[in-house]
Design a protein around this ligand. Structure first.
Ligand code: FAD
Length: 462
């Protein structure tokens, strides 16, 4: 492609900013990033409280976050945040140690079986499901893999046939049953459901295992995790500062028209002309949101194939509260409440995070899900009330709510559409209408998968 091509990037989150970085590194400098808000970072939102930054969005990374590491190197920063740690409570607020055989003598047989199944899954992923852990979803529904190896920072191109990969279209619960590894869900659920990515009986295994590939899950188990002192937002603020063309904030895109090989973008009342457009913002939002966010199909001259495919996208209703407590009520550590991570206990507190160990004058953040496929959504206020009640049960009552966020979270398609080749159809549309689709839906809802997808998009098409 001509290096002077004029590229518009919609969205100044990890996907949009890293698209800018990778384009720049490849010699494409004629790009413009349009961000609707007055800040960059998207779901990496780290506000300040009592002089320190806390996390309303993304919190952590793992050592295989190669794209995030590219960004760190580009900006000369590193993961210098407080060490993560956690403990467990039951839903009555009692501290428990679910994985400690000595404290759970009756559970020893189950724990031993679980250990065996973890090993078995590790082997299956290496052999039967070879190619499962590539970024993005190209070929999976057709029993192929195609992309760049995530085994090392080099990301060598790889490609092959593997009909077993079609099993990844199944909901994760069914995938585990099929492979005789049901008990591994007790481990995978921690960094999956409580992190807002939905329930295992509804979410295709592909999403679960591409994000929580075997190594990544073991890093969670061993708490081999990265955080950033100034918050995850700082990564993207730094990147924005180091780009030749930082994102244009407060950009309200009213209309996008694609005609005669050009892309006309009406932003803040003026029409701008580009040659290509990369969309990292939501493609489709099935309901009306109070934050005013809409899907790309609502402001683009969306074509029939775009509308038909993107209308299959759903997202999670995931709520975050930042609360103050009295010093005597502050939790000594972060807690997971596994019993609240089931569809039956939807709307309850699943995890709460104490970020700063050295002080009690900081907020803690709470996390709850309030939607499950096929059941009515729990209203926002009802869920908030339940979570605040749960904090009392946990003996860490909140004295005040200082921030709250119900975020457009983890866009995905369900098994039927995944198996019907949703991803291959959308991938085949890349570049058609001078438009490229990136961001969470194309890979997975975490910082690294989205930044990595942008890297690969630039590698493949520019
Ligand atoms: C509570 C929470 C916890 C999380 N924890 C982690 C974690 O620990 N580790 C991890 O890796 N990830 C985590 N994530 C997920 C991670 O933050 C996201 O996956 C990542 O930010 C996605 O990047 P993105 O650029 O694709 O989308 P986003 O971050 O959503 O960015 C999209 C950007 O597009 C902008 N935009 C939207 N519409 C328009 C428009 N019409 N015009 C212009 N701009 C527009 C938005 O304002 C936003 O800035 C978490 C997220 C949340 C909310």
């Amino acid at each position: 492609m001509d290096k002077n091509v004029r590229i518009c990037i919609v969205g100044g989150g990890p996907a949009g900013l890293s698209a800018g970085m990778y384009l720049e590194q490849k010699g494409y400098e004629n790009y413009t990033i349009l961000e609707r808000l007055d800040r960059v970072g998207g779901k990496c939102w780290s506000p300040t409280y009592n002089g320190r930054r806390y996390e309303m969005g993304a919190i952590m990374g793992v050592p295989s976050y190669y794209a995030v590491h590219d960004v760190e190197e580009f900006c000369g920063i590193t993961h210098d945040g407080p060490k993560l740690n956690r403990n467990y409570k039951n839903k009555e607020g009692k501290v428990i140690e679910p994985f400690e055989p000595k404290k759970n003598i009756l559970k020893i047989p189950r724990l031993l079986r679980m250990k065996k199944q973890v090993k078995k899954l590790g082997e299956l992923l290496e052999t039967k499901y070879k190619g499962y852990d590539l970024n993005g979803h190209r070929g999976v529904a057709e029993g192929r893999y195609e992309g760049f190896s995530q085994a090392s920072a080099k990301r060598e191109p790889v490609k092959g046939e593997n009909p077993n990969l079609k099993d990844l279209c199944l909901p994760f619960k069914e995938f585990c049953k099929l492979n005789g590894v049901d008990l591994i869900q007790d481990i995978w659920i921690g960094p999956f459901t409580s992190f807002g990515y939905g329930y295992f009986d509804e979410i295709p295994a592909a999403y679960v295992l591409k994000y929580l590939d075997f190594q990544t899950c073991m890093n969670f188990v061993k708490i081999n995790l990265w955080t950033w002192k100034n918050g995850t937002q700082y990564i993207w603020e730094q990147l924005n500062d180091h780009l030749k063309h930082p994102a244009r904030l407060n950009s309200k895109i009213e209309k996008v028209e694609r005609k005669d090989g050009k892309v006309f973008v009406t932003v803040n009342g003026a029409v701008e002309e580009y040659d290509k457009i990369i969309v990292t913002a939501p493609l489709y939002i099935p309901n009306k949101r109070t934050d005013g966010q809409v899907g790309m199909v609502d402001y683009f001259d969306a074509r029939e194939d775009e509308k038909a495919l993107f209308s299959k996208i759903d997202y999670e209703r995931y709520d975050v509260l930042a609360v103050e407590t009295k010093p005597e009520d502050h939790p000594e550590i972060s807690y997971y409440v596994f019993e609240n991570m089931t569809p039956e206990t939807m709307g309850h507190l699943m995890v709460y995070y104490r970020r700063w160990k050295d002080t009690k004058d900081q907020v803690i953040t709470t996390y709850a899900l309030r939607k499950h496929k096929g059941t009515p959504e729990i209203p926002y206020e009802a869920c908030k009330k339940t979570v605040l009640e749960d904090l009392k049960i946990m003996k860490n009552p909140a004295s005040n709510v200082v921030n709250e966020w119900s975020v457009y979270y983890f866009p995905h398609v369900f098994s039927e559409d995944y198996a019907a080749g949703w991803y291959d159809k959308v991938e085949a549309m890349q570049g058609k209408y001078d438009t490229f689709y990136a961001g969470e839906i194309m890979s997975f809802g975490d910082m690294d998968e989205t930044a990595e997808y942008s890297r690969e998009l630039v590698e493949r098409f520019f």
